[in-house]
Design a protein around this ligand. Structure first.
Ligand code: ZN
Ligand code: ZN
Length: 125
């Protein structure tokens, strides 16, 4: 059995998860949704296959909101921890059922994986 590629958790630790594959893309996004959602400049996102993301703890803490003011016009779902407010991942309509746009900064040692040694994020806005 393959060991997890990544372990992740929200700020308060209520929600934890593993991802058992590498992201198909890593990007840094500075759009209005990402900067407001992060309370900062933007977010670093790892595009992960939904089937490879396993929630370990905190299913009952995961809340969802739907954003309709998207560039495509199709709704985007945002999932977050109801205790600490950390965004966990978003699901744009175009990838629903296939990918989760996981907040890379929730993954342990994300900066080692995505900034220092592997690949630089593609920048978008
Ligand atoms: Zn939390
Ligand atoms: Zn964005």
């Amino acid at each position: 059995m393959a060991s997890p590629a990544y372990n992740g958790s929200c700020l308060c630790g209520s929600v934890s998860f593993t991802v058992v594959s590498e992201p198909s893309a890593v990007l840094a996004c500075y759009c209005v949704h990402c900067s407001k959602g992060a309370g900062g400049l933007g977010q670093v996102i790892a595009k992960m296959a939904e089937s490879d993301v396993n929630i370990i703890n905190g299913h009952d803490k995961i809340a969802r909101c739907v954003l309709n003011d998207t560039s495509s016009g199709a709704p985007k779902e945002k999932f977050f921890c109801s205790s600490c407010g950390s965004t966990l991942w978003t699901v744009p309509a175009g990838v629903k059922g296939k990918f989760l746009m996981v907040r890379a900064t929730l993954l342990d040692n994300w900066y080692v994986h995505f900034l220092l040694s592997r690949r630089l994020p593609k920048f978008t806005r």
